[in-house]
Design a protein around this ligand. Structure first.
Ligand code: CA
Length: 247
């Protein structure tokens, strides 16, 4: 097996969980534990940072799907952390919900100005917060909030890790599953091999661009079976897209 293949399969085992990840940035241990418990119960993967520096490092290392950011943090304020997250390319589009004891309208506006997507005032119920997280995810990345994706005659059950096409099960390897998921989260959009490598394999993994072609071929074979229409469009010199429109 090539070095690239070994690295790719190691990555597979690391990221086989499809749970959306939440980065909690909060210094109050009791609240962190309450949030961690409720979020894990609701199917999220939880990462915790106790201050701004730690949060920026954690978000950089493994970009979360959503960030819960407390306003009152030691050393660096939540607002400043929010601004810095927005300035970095990798976290510029990650949804951020700010948590704060302050309920004033002015603070709310400052938070949103700094790039927060939503705002929750303390005290809040964990149930309400989980609902807000789902609402933000649904708005920003619809696929993460729901448990299934569908496109044309393909249905992807994200909880059971099952794919069905035209009523029949499709067996996919972990990389093909993530590749298909990425396409189904952005139907019609053309991705270059490099973009697919970054999103599906991860930025810290060095595999050759043609590895993408190999997995696309496997995905096509698994999806199309004997006679199904090919829903993966090859765009010359550009990349690939999930597209059911002919031509
Ligand atoms: Ca705090």
């Amino acid at each position: 097996m090539s070095v690239a293949g070994t690295m790719a399969s190691r990555r597979d085992s690391q990221t086989s969980s499809m749970k959306p990840s939440v980065l909690i940035v909060e210094d109050e241990t009791a609240l962190v534990e309450l949030l961690r418990y409720n979020l894990e119960q609701s199917g999220f993967k939880v990462v915790v940072a106790g201050d701004g520096e730690e949060a920026l490092a954690a978000a950089q290392e493994d970009v979360p799907d959503i960030i819960l950011l407390d306003w009152m943090l030691p050393l660096m304020s939540g607002i400043e952390v929010c601004r810095q997250l927005r300035r970095q390319t990798s976290t510029a589009n990650v949804p951020i919900i700010m948590l704060t004891a302050r309920g004033e309208e002015g603070d709310r506006i400052r938070g949103l100005d700094a790039g927060a997507d939503d705002y929750v005032s303390k005290p809040f119920s964990p149930t309400e917060l989980v609902a807000r997280i789902r609402a933000v995810l649904r708005r920003i990345r619809p696929a993460l909030a729901d448990e299934a994706l569908s496109y044309a005659d393909i249905v992807m059950d994200l909880v059971a890790h099952r794919v069905i096409r035209a009523g029949k099960p499709v067996h996919l390897g972990p990389t093909e599953f993530r590749l298909l998921r990425h396409f189904m989260e952005h139907p019609g959009r053309v991705f270059s091999r490099e973009q697919l490598l970054d999103s599906v394999w991860g930025k810290d993994v060095y595999v050759e661009a043609r590895t993408v072609d190999v997995h696309i071929r496997r995905l096509r074979m698994a999806l199309n079976g004997e006679s199904q229409a090919d829903l993966i469009r090859t765009v010359r010199a550009a990349g690939y897209a999930l597209d059911s429109t002919p031509g």
